[in-house]
Design a protein around this ligand. Structure first.
Ligand code: CA
Length: 233
């Protein structure tokens, strides 16, 4: 199973949403959609999508506020899809940190090409900037493949979710060192994540169920009580 790039559509016009969902799914993207700015912000911080497609005329706020929100902590690509073709809107959106700006109506092939370009230029959180393609631990029993975005235990793909993968990839990058709960939360879910370890504990329980022989006596990822987690060296 391939790991799909995830795209968030922020748009209140249902017919455009339906069109985009159809086109993107046909091109093997995983798709989320939000019709309001507030909903968009919560999906951005909970799901960390790979690309945001953003309409500016939203019912509860100007789409520009979504650009500011995203840019306060993430470089995830933002492509504005707007009916507003004025130069000053384009300039403002790009100055706020949008990566691209398309005026409606746009063609699907052009949008897909621009999404591919945005993805090429973007390295999501959890992807190491180091050159190595993988980290191998405990004589190869655990392999984290950054290239394939997968984790293998004794040669078998353990099929982690995106967030589970990102947590394991992050710990593997710093294997042997303790990463605090707070650090991991903010790296995976962004700085607006509340200091609530519950979501992390739930993810860790699922990770251990998938990678450890006995999740109660882990060999790969250890809990440093009250502090955080540490991956074996
Ligand atoms: Ca609109």
């Amino acid at each position: 199973m391939e790991i799909k790039d995830r795209i968030l559509i922020v748009e209140d016009d249902k017919s455009i949403v339906n069109l985009l969902v159809t086109v993107l799914k046909a091109n093997h993207y995983e798709v989320y959609s939000a019709s309001r700015a507030s909903e968009a912000k919560s999906i951005v911080s909970s799901q960390c999508p790979d690309v945001v497609l953003l309409d500016l005329g939203l019912p509860d706020a100007d789409g520009m506020s979504v650009i500011e929100y995203v840019r306060s902590y993430s470089q995830m690509p933002i492509i504005v899809l707007s009916a507003r073709g004025h130069e000053q809107d384009k300039v403002r959106a790009l100055d706020l940190g949008a990566d691209d700006y398309m005026v409606k109506p746009f063609s699907a092939p052009e949008l897909l090409a621009r999404i591919r370009t945005a993805l090429r230029h973007y390295k999501p959180a959890g992807t190491p900037s180091v050159v190595s393609d993988e980290v191998t631990l405990l004589n190869g029993r655990l392999v984290v493949s950054y290239k394939k975005h997968r984790v293998f235990v004794e040669g078998t793909d353990v099929k982690l979710t995106q967030n589970e993968y990102r947590i394991v990839a992050l710990l593997a990058r710093f294997s042997g060192r303790v990463l605090t709960y707070d650090y991991i939360l903010k790296e995976i879910w962004g700085p607006h994540m509340k200091d609530d370890n519950k979501i992390l504990r739930v993810n860790m329980a699922n990770i251990r169920r998938k990678i450890e022989k006995n999740p109660a006596r882990p060999e790969f990822i250890f809990t440093e009580a009250g502090v955080g987690y540490r991956m074996t060296e």
